[in-house]
Design a binder for this molecule. Structure first.
Ligand SMILES: NC(=O)C1=CN([C@@H]2O[C@H](COP(=O)(O)OP(=O)(O)OC[C@H]3O[C@@H](n4cnc5c(N)ncnc54)[C@H](O)[C@@H]3O)[C@@H](O)[C@H]2O)C=CC1
Ligand SMILES: [Mg+2]
Ligand SMILES: [Zn+2]
Length: 276
C-alpha cells in the first residue's frame, strides 16, 4: 500500500495544487476540510508571511501559506491543530501537524540568529539561509522522553496544572544538552516525583507537533523512593491499580499507548498499535 501523504520540498514558483493556510488562530477550514485549491486560496485577502511546498497528499501537491494574522474568508473558520487531532482523519492531522511545524519554523527563522539580517529560503532544501554568515537554519525538533513507571499491578501517573481536569498521564520532559535519552529520563523522574527507576525499555516514538516535540517512549520499573511532587510542575502523582484508572490522555497520544500496552499485558488482552 502506498502512503497517502509524503513530505517533499516543492518549488513555490510552480502554480496549482492544494494548500493549507495557518494563522496564530489555527488552520482555515470549511465544510470540505482544511485543504483548498491553492490558486483560489491565494486570491483571498490573506496576509502571507511565507509560502512553503510541503508534500503530496493522494498524488496532489500541498503548499502551506503561513499567515501574519487570521483574516475573514467567506464560509470559512479557523481551528487549532489539537482539535484536528482529536476529531479528524489521522492522515489530515499528519499533513497539518507537519505544516504546523514548518510554519512555526518559517515564522521564527525569518532573521539570522547570528547577525539579525533577513534570511532567504534555500531552493530544494528545508532551510533558511544567511549569506553573509553562511548559516543555515533547519526546522527545530525537541527530543522529549516520556515514561510509564510500573510496580506490579500499579502504574505511576501524574497531573500537570496544564491538564484537563481529572486527567492523569505519564511523566515527560525535554532532553538537555549533554545527556542521553536514559539520563534524561532518570533526571526527569527524579525532578518530578523523586522516584528511582530500573530496567528502562524503549517502546517507540511519536512526532508531537505542539510545537515541535519528538516523543521517545519508555517503560521503566520502580526501583525505590516515595513520591514527592515537584512544585509548580506536578500537581499530583499517584500509584493507580490497572483495574482502577483515572481519566487518561487522548487515545492517539503515545502517553495513552504506553499505558494501554501495559494494561493489556497485565490483563492478557491484545496490545494496541502506536499511531504514527
Ligand atoms: N504525546 C504525548 O503523549 C505527550 C506529550 N507530551 C509533550 O512532551 C513535552 C515535554 O513535556 P513537559 O512535561 O511539558 O516537559 P518538561 O517536564 O521538560 O517541562 C516543561 C518545561 O521545560 C522547558 N522547556 C520548554 N520547551 C523546551 C525545549 N524545547 N527544550 C528544553 N526545555 C524546554 C520549559 O521551562 C517548560 O516549562 C511537551 O511538548 C509535551 O506536550 C507530554 C505528555 C504526553
Ligand atoms: Mg514534565
Ligand atoms: Zn547572519
Amino acid at each position: 500500500m502506498t502512503a497517502r501523504w509524503t513530505t517533499a520540498v516543492l518549488d513555490t514558483d510552480q502554480p496549482g495544487g492544494m494548500a493549507v493556510a495557518r494563522s496564530p488562530e489555527g488552520f482555515l477550514f470549511d465544510d470540505n476540510g482544511a485543504l483548498f485549491p491553492r490558486e483560489w486560496l491565494k486570491r483571498q485577502d490573506l496576509s502571507i508571511l511565507a509560502e512553503h511546498g510541503i508534500g503530496h497528499l493522494d498524488g496532489e501537491s500541498v503548499h502551506l501559506l503561513e499567515l501574519r494574522s487570521a483574516s475573514e474568508v467567506p464560509g470559512c473558520s479557523w481551528k487549532g491543530l489539537r482539535a484536528f487531532m482529536l476529531e479528524g482523519d489521522h492522515t489530515i492531522y499528519k499533513v497539518l501537524g507537519y505544516a504546523a511545524q514548518i510554519g512555526t519554523w518559517a515564522r521564527e527563522h525569518r532573521f539570522c540568529g547570528n547577525c539579525g539580517q533577513p534570511m532567504t529560503q534555500v531552493p530544494r532544501e528545508r532551510a533558511m539561509y544567511c549569506q553573509p554568515c553562511d548559516l543555515r537554519s533547519y526546522p527545530r525538533i525537541s527530543p522529549s522522553m516520556i515514561v510509564l513507571i510500573t510496580r506490579g499491578d500499579e502504574i505511576l501517573l501524574a497531573r500537570s496544572p496544564r491538564f484537563v481536569t481529572g486527567v492523569y498521564s505519564t511523566l515527560a520532559g525535554f532532553a538537555e544538552p549533554g545527556e542521553s535519552a536514559e539520563e534524561c529520563l532518570i533526571r526527569e523522574v527524579r525532578e518530578e516525583v523523586q522516584i528511582e527507576v530500573k530496567n528502562i525499555q524503549y517502546m517507540g516514538s511519536q512526532c508531537w507537533p505542539f510545537p515541535h516535540s519528538m516523543m521517545l517512549g519508555f517503560h521503566a520499573e520502580y526501583a525505590g523512593g516515595e513520591i514527592v511532587c515537584q512544585e509548580d510542575e506536578i500537581e499530583d502523582a499517584q500509584w493507580f491499580n490497572v483495574h482502577d484508572l483515572p481519566p487518561l490522555p487522548a487515545s492517539k497520544s503515545i502517553a495513552r499507548y504506553l499505558i494501554d500496552v501495559y494494561v493489556a499485558r497485565r490483563l492478557g488482552h491484545a496490545e494496541p498499535v502506536l499511531p504514527g
